[in-house]
Design a protein around this ligand. Structure first.
Ligand SMILES: [Zn+2]
Length: 375
């Protein structure tokens, strides 16, 4: 049995070794092809996002309220950061998209969900709006979006800043971080979802190209998350989404892992404290705006491909957006109704993943599994 397993492992290793973007083309695609460059004109620009938000608001009969965060500041290049609020219930849910400016389709998915809440009279939607208030930030990084790059650029120095590494104990570098953080500290959400895109990847042990990855930015059962008290609830959330979506269409879902060691056939989970959703779970108090250290569980989704490396072709855009939309809608409903809490946290390990070698951190480099150097 062990020998057989070794053989399988060796075969998998060879497969992984010869992997290149050409090899990815031979995989079960997980929906329409993502080959080729996305025409940026086919994704939403900042101006279009603002226009769509205003349309949703005006046709929502008072259900959706759109505003800017100008009271806290504007982006480095002077753009307003927009938010939309919908629902009347006490549970506060935070949904943010495009903190990385070259991760486009997630904005579309967030807007589609907002539209559903604005218009649909479905029982499920009514339940969510009665039990919760949702705060959408469909384009966290408008400057990066307009430049079609991951980062924002500091107005004074021109330095590029990854906004998803900028909520740190040592201070914030970009004004976008200060603006969104101040709003977050005022809202005090109960739960957050952060939407991203990732590069091409293969579901472990299969020939399927990953279309969607489920992530927690402080690794479950890792060095940091158990200490926040959100170790179980975040695992339950992701297991809930996995169960709900795994049989949908061409969806190939796996666990987000930040780096795959193709030679060893292992991978590293992410464990970063300066990531926005990590800081939310750790109750970051910056400039004394969050003196009670309010915190809450937070997770992220990764959709296949992005718009700068030619891995997000036009043909798949509708499909990838739909998958994101459904996962978002599912998780919000599961959280609001309490269904998420009925999931066995250990079902997290049913989500396909590469054998774990360690954690990639932003505070102690790479921390191998089983080592206590990360604590
Ligand atoms: Zn991202």
């Amino acid at each position: 049995m062990v020998k057989r397993l070794m053989k399988v492992a060796t075969a998998a290793l060879i497969l992984v070794l010869v992997f290149s973007s050409a090899a990815y083309a031979a995989l079960q695609p997980g929906g329409p092809s993502t080959n080729g460059n996305t025409n940026i004109n086919s994704t939403l620009s900042y101006t279009e996002v603002v226009k769509i938000l205003e349309e949703i608001e005006s046709s929502s009969k008072g259900k959706v309220e759109v505003s800017t965060l100008d009271q806290y500041g504007k982006s480095e290049q002077g753009r307003s950061i927009y938010v939309a609020k919908v629902g009347t219930g006490p549970q506060k849910i935070w949904i943010q998209a495009q903190i990385h400016g070259n991760e486009k389709l997630v904005t579309e998915a967030a807007l589609q969900l907002l539209k559903t809440y604005a218009k649909s009279g479905d029982k499920d939607v009514e339940t969510v709006l009665k039990e919760a208030t949702l705060y959408f930030i469909p384009m966290y990084n408008p400057d990066g979006a307009e430049m079609n790059i991951r980062h924002t650029k500091l107005a004074e120095s021109g330095k590029l800043i990854d906004l998803n590494r900028d909520w740190t104990l040592n201070g914030f570098e970009a004004v976008e971080s200060e603006v969104v953080y101040a709003y977050w500290a005022a809202v005090k959400p109960d739960f957050a979802i952060d939407l991203h895109h990732q590069g091409l990847k293969q579901v472990y042990g299969t020939n399927e190209s990953t279309s969607f990855s489920l992530g927690i930015s402080l690794a479950p059962d890792g060095p940091t998350l158990p200490g926040t008290g959100y170790n179980d609830i975040t695992k339950q959330m992701m297991a809930y989404v996995y169960d709900d979506l795994k049989d949908y269409g061409f969806t190939h879902i796996d666990r987000y892992q930040v780096w795959i060691d193709r030679e060893k056939g292992t991978a590293y989970d992410i464990d970063i404290k300066g990531g926005v959703v990590s800081a939310m779970m750790m109750g970051l108090n910056y400039k004394n705006l969050n003196p009670e250290n309010h915190s809450h569980p937070a997770v992220f989704f990764e959709t296949k491909g992005n718009s700068t490396d030619g891995s997000l072709g036009q043909k798949s855009n509708g499909y990838l957006t739909k998958q994101n939309y459904l996962a978002l809608k599912s998780l919000v409903h599961g959280f609001v109704t309490g269904e998420v809490e009925e999931v066995n946290p250990e079902d997290w390990y049913n989500i396909p993943y590469y054998p774990l070698a360690g954690y990639m951190t932003d505070y102690n480099g790479i921390v191998p599994v089983g080592s206590d150097s990360g604590y």
